[in-house]
Write a protein that binds this ligand. Structure first.
Ligand code: FMN
Length: 313
C-alpha cells in the first residue's frame, strides 16, 4: 500500500479535492466506503492568513478521518508558508499544494495551474520550498496537470522539480490547463511522471470505476489513484462491488451522509448542501429526475428524509 512520507494509506484509492463537495461528511462517507485518503476542498492561503471564518471552517476534521490531507492554493511563497504553518499545527497529516486549478479567478492571481506556465516555474519551486519549510516535517504533496497547454507538456520535468524541492508525493491530472476537463486524460503522461521520480505518484483523470482505477495503476505503474467526478454521489466507487442500482441499496450511505451533515455542517447551509449531494446520489436511478425535483422543493430536512424513505420502499 502506498506511503506518503511516514503516512501509510490503507488503500490506494484517494478521494480528490472537489471544491463545493468534499466537505467533512462527504469525505467521511468515502473513507468509510474504502477510500484510503481524502483531501479537503482547496483552501486559499490568504483566507487562512486573514483568519476568515468560512476558510477556517474548511479545516474541520475528526480523528476517525485520519489520515487526511489539506489542500492549499496561492501564488506567493511567503503567504503559502504562513498558511502552511497554521495548518501544520493542527491535526492534519498531509499538506497538498494546488498547481492544477484552471479556474480564471485562481489563474489570474498566478495560482493553481498558472504555476505551470514556463515563466512561473521559479515561483512554483519557491512555493513548494516555502511550504516544505513550514510544514513541521509533515509530508507535502503537489497536485498538477500535464502542463499549461499542448505546447508545454512539462509534467515529467515539473515532477522532478517538485521532488527536488522536497515534495513527498505527486498527483498528476493528465490534462493540460487548456483542456480544462475536455478530451481524455492521457495515461502515457502518468507513466512518464512515474518514471521521472522516485517518490509515490498518484494518477488522476477520468477514472470511472474501481476496476478502472486498478487498470490505471497497472497501465501506468502509478502507486495510487485519485477519483474526482465519478465519486460524486458514488462513494461505492471505492469498493469493488460498485454503485447499487436501487434507492434502497443506496439509502444506508445516503442517510449516513445526512447524519454526518447534521452533526458537522453549518446549520445555515445544511439543507442546501444536503440537496446538492442528494441530487448526485440519485444519478442513474429509475425516476431520478422526478425525485430530484421533489427534493429540490422540500422546505426542511424532515420532508427530505420522509420522501427518501417512502421512495426506497
Ligand atoms: C466540481 C469540481 C471541483 C474541483 N475542485 C478542485 C479543488 O478544489 N482542488 C483541486 O486540486 N482540484 C479540483 N478539481 C479537480 C479534481 O480534483 C480532479 O483533478 C479532476 O476532476 C480530474 O479527476 P476526475 O476525472 O476523476 O474528476 C475539481 C473538479 C471538479 C469537477
Amino acid at each position: 500500500m502506498p506511503k506518503i512520507g511516514p503516512v501509510q494509506l490503507s488503500t490506494p484509492f484517494i478521494l480528490a479535492p472537489l471544491a463545493g463537495y468534499t466537505d467533512l461528511p462527504f469525505r467521511l462517507v468515502c473513507r468509510e466506503a474504502g477510500a484510503g485518503l481524502a483531501v479537503s476542498e482547496m483552501i486559499s492561503c490568504h483566507g487562512l492568513n486573514y483568519g476568515q471564518p468560512q476558510t477556517i471552517s474548511m479545516l474541520k476534521s475528526l480523528p476517525e478521518e485520519r489520515p487526511w490531507a489539506v489542500q492549499l492554493f496561492g501564488a506567493e511563497p511567503e503567504s503559502m508558508g504562513r498558511a502552511t504553518a497554521t495548518v501544520a499545527a493542527m491535526a492534519v497529516d498531509i499538506i497538498d499544494i494546488n498547481m492544477g486549478c484552471p479556474v480564471p479567478k485562481v489563474v489570474k492571481k498566478g495560482a493553481g495551474s498558472a504555476l505551470m506556465k514556463l515563466e512561473n516555474l521559479g515561483t512554483a519551486e519557491a512555493v513548494i520550498r516555502a511550504v516544505v519549510r513550514n510544514a513541521a516535517d509533515k509530508p507535502v504533496t503537489v497536485k498538477f496537470r500535464s502542463g499549461w497547454d499542448e505546447k508545454s507538456v512539462i509534467a515529467p520535468d515539473f515532477a522532478r522539480m517538485c521532488e527536488a524541492a522536497g515534495a513527498a508525493a505527486l498527483t498528476i491530472h493528465a490534462r493540460t490547463r487548456s483542456q480544462q476537463f475536455g478530451g481524455k486524460a492521457d495515461r502515457q503522461i502518468i507513466a512518464s511522471v512515474k518514471q521521472a521520480v522516485s517518490i509515490p505518484v498518484i494518477g488522476n483523470g477520468d477514472i470511472c470505476s474501481y476496476g478502472d482505477g486498478l487498470a490505471m495503476m497497472a497501465e501506468t505503474g502509478c502507486d495510487a489513484v485519485m477519483i474526482g467526478r465519478a465519486a460524486l454521489g458514488n462513494p461505492w466507487i471505492f469498493q469493488p462491488s460498485g454503485l447499487p442500482d436501487t434507492l434502497a441499496g443506496r439509502l444506508p450511505v445516503i442517510l449516513r451522509y445526512i447524519e454526518l451533515a447534521i452533526q458537522h455542517l453549518d446549520a445555515a447551509r445544511l439543507l442546501f448542501r444536503i440537496k446538492h449531494h442528494l441530487c448526485r446520489f440519485l444519478s442513474g436511478l429509475a425516476g431520478a429526475a422526478a425525485l430530484r425535483q421533489e427534493i429540490i422543493v422540500c422546505v426542511n430536512l424532515a420532508e427530505v428524509m420522509r420522501l427518501l424513505q417512502e421512495r426506497a420502499g
